[in-house]
Design a protein around this ligand. Structure first.
Ligand code: MG
Length: 450
């Protein structure tokens, strides 16, 4: 049977006026909760969550039971917030570990919501077991921040998952415990001040869980203590009286008489927990706090201009420019013959224009609409397309000749002469006009046109 030895320490730190963290070391269940919400909300949230976790897990001490206990803790925080308007925006992280019996034997179950962490020291190597549910860490996992950038990102206090939001579920994992394993649960007040290397060094060197926990808290305070600091250490020892030897294998003796003012022992914190839980009105104990950022959903902004993005935009611009050039060419590459102020005119462009490309006057002729055959006037008004300027000119010439063929002949010198007027030259050789010219008095509309 697996035997454990543990310690839990929480401290207000050097800057905060109250401690909104909560720790639990009640074998086989261990937890750290880091409350938030201002105006006592954070303290109420963490205490409420840990109490609900403990009660729920006690009724079902199993792997599924721990997951359900975190869900129940969330429900408890939500209900407490709904009851008291001043607590409406409170929330808390929760990182919990329980030793439970599984099908294959005893296992550690680790469940977490938020950015409080669980680490494992095994064979001298420190491994972070949990993933932070914070904006920078989500961005890091999405590849938008480096690990170093995420560690110092000013949004690291913005959490993407906390208890106090309906429907939140924990990440859950299991771990087979081996003799000599050392688990560390902590709030961000520790790891934001003490890097993983220094944490690992303390965990290796200080065998007693309580002494190691206190030394880690002292280090965080020595480096600023900007936040509440909570540490829970769980050692895996054997069950036949070799516990001391197992812990001693972790390192050398701790420095004697490690002290720190302001530390609360587990017992003290549990007494505080009971006092707070029994007190319905928390207004007196609350102090104005810096406004805690509400939980946010991760919004992954486009924060970097990648080479791929530049190539995409460049390609898009090329495609659009090519399409624009093709339209411009189509719109401007042809001609048509139309009317402008009553005169036959050659335009460059498409009749009526295309998109924003308007036709322009290329040549204005002396030929008026009244001097061409009426059948041509409709074509001219609609615009008679021609593939080139030369073709357009030939068309103008053609309709000029047509009109001349059907136009009344010049009056003979002698109006009484009966002789018919001479046929216009070329009238019978035209390939596009009528084979014979109609009488001068025939209506022009009878002329055949191409
Ligand atoms: Mg904190």
């Amino acid at each position: 049977m697996t035997a454990l030895r543990s310690a839990a320490v929480t401290d207000v730190g050097r800057r905060r006026r109250n401690n909104q963290d909560m720790v639990l070391a009640d074998e086989p269940l261990f937890a750290v909760a880091d409350g938030m919400g201002g105006h006592a909300g954070g303290e109420v949230a963490s205490v409420t969550a840990v109490e609900a976790l403990r009660a729920s897990f006690a009724s079902s001490p199993s792997a599924d039971g721990l997951e359900q206990a975190v869900v129940d803790a969330n429900q408890a925080v939500c209900e407490r917030g709904a009851d008291q308007p001043q607590l409406r925006h409170m929330g808390t992280t929760m990182t919990a570990v329980a030793l439970v019996e599984d099908r294959d034997g005893e296992v550690f179950v680790v469940a977490n919501v938020g950015d409080s962490r669980a680490y494992l020291l095994r064979d001298g190597e420190l491994t972070q077991l949990t993933e932070d549910h914070s904006v920078p860490q989500e961005l890091f996992r999405a590849g938008q921040l480096t690990e170093a950038e995420a560690a110092v990102d000013p949004r690291r206090n913005q959490l993407t998952r906390v208890l106090g939001v309906p429907g939140v579920e924990p990440d859950v994992q299991t771990l087979i415990p081996y003799r000599g394993d050392r688990l560390l649960l902590c709030s961000d007040g520790l790891y934001n001040e003490v890097d993983d290397g220094d944490i690992a060094s303390v965990l290796r060197r200080v065998p007693e869980p309580d002494a190691a926990a206190r030394q880690l808290v002292d280090m965080a305070n020595d480096r600023g203590g900007a936040d509440n600091i909570s540490v829970v250490i769980v050692d895996v020892v054997d069950d036949d009286g070799r516990a001391e030897a197992a812990s001693a294998a972790l390192g050398q003796e701790a420095p004697a008489n490690s002290t720190h003012t302001g530390l609360l022992s587990t017992q003290e914190r549990n007494a505080q927990l009971r006092a707070i839980a029994a007190e319905p009105d928390l207004g007196e104990r609350s102090r104005p706090l810096p406004p805690a950022p509400p939980p946010v959903q991760v919004d992954l902004p486009t924060r970097r201009i990648t080479v791929g993005a530049v190539l995409f935009v460049f390609t898009l611009v090329l495609i659009l420019a090519g399409a624009g050039a093709a339209i411009a060419w189509y719109a401007r590459a042809s001609y048509y013959v139309g009317l402008d102020e009553g005169r036959v005119t050659i335009f460059k462009g498409r009749p009526g224009g295309l998109l924003w490309f308007r036709p322009t006057v290329e040549e204005r002729t002396a030929l008026t609409s009244g001097a061409v055959l009426p059948a041509r006037v409709d074509d001219l008004e609609a615009g008679k397309p021609e593939p080139s300027l030369a073709e357009a000119r030939r068309y103008v010439e053609r309709i000029r000749e047509e009109a001349a063929r059907v136009a009344p002949p010049p009056a003979p010198p002698d109006a009484e002469s009966e002789s018919p007027p001479p046929a216009p030259p070329g009238a019978t050789s035209s390939t596009t006009g009528p084979s014979t010219a109609p009488p001068a008095t025939a209506p022009p509309t009878t002329a055949s046109v191409r």
